[in-house]
Design a protein around this ligand. Structure first.
Ligand SMILES: Nc1nc2c(ncn2[C@@H]2O[C@H](COP(=O)(O)OP(=O)(O)OP(=O)(O)O)[C@@H](O)[C@H]2O)c(=O)[nH]1
Ligand SMILES: [Mg+2]
Length: 193
């Protein structure tokens, strides 16, 4: 695909607000501030489709987008960000668990990882969630513009080893430089297209 017609089709706090679509769906999940919303924008070549922010906790609801009337992309709130000692205002589990468990058209988890960081227990839990619900899994190792090629390769190995994900399912990318987008789309198409 080289032309992306992307539209916001809704946000949800509860199941009753999920959009009524049948296209194969993928969810972008990951730690707070990892770069999920920026990645969606870069993938569909738009500046402000999904909310990006300097402050962690920018995305609070599940936000749904269609692309080319072919796929649904879901931007999820990040995990691991506590403001004033509390988790973000919406309980992460309450929002995400039913979505993972009951959203039939959801086929793929794109786990968004800051390539500079070692994946943590929450990232591992996300993988287990996805496996438990029979989703395919791809890892987007973003913010690669912050590292040299050698550093990227050593982080890639750490990420692959920590999460038990094959390197073939990981994509090195940068939303800032718009690199890795074609490779990620190719893997998405191969996985659920
Ligand atoms: N250098 C660089 N910065 C990035 C990249 N992707 C995202 N950022 C920055 O990282 C910050 C967080 O990006 P978001 O896309 O809002 O992250 P998020 O995962 O959606 O965050 P939450 O919704 O709060 O969980 C922003 O300041 C972005 O500009 C990238 O590829 N390179
Ligand atoms: Mg976000």
């Amino acid at each position: 695909m080289n032309y992306y017609d992307a539209k916001w089709i809704g946000s949800s706090a509860t199941k009753s607000q999920w959009p009524n679509t049948t296209y194969p769906e993928m969810v972008f999940a990951g730690r707070s501030n990892a770069g999920k919303s920026s990645l969606i924008n870069a993938l569909v070549n738009r500046k402000n489709l999904a909310y990006e922010g300097k402050t962690p906790g920018k995305t609070r609801l599940l936000n749904f987008f269609t692309v080319n009337d072919k796929y649904v992309l879901t931007d999820a709130p990040g995990y691991g960000y506590a403001k004033g000692g509390k988790q973000t205002s919406i309980d992460f589990g309450e929002l995400m668990e039913p979505y993972f468990r009951e959203r039939k058209q959801l086929k793929l988890l794109i786990l968004v990882l800051d390539i500079r960081r070692v994946p943590n227990e929450d990232d591992k839990r996300m993988i287990e969630y996805a496996k438990g619900n029979h989703l395919a899994i791809l890892g987007a190792c973003t913010k690669s513009d912050k590292l040299s090629r050698n550093q990227q390769l050593s982080q890639l190995k750490i990420i692959s080893d920590t999460l038990g994900i094959r390197k073939e399912s990981l994509v090195v990318c940068s939303s800032m430089k718009k690199t890795g987008m074609e490779e990620l789309w190719k893997l998405i198409e191969e996985t659920i297209g």
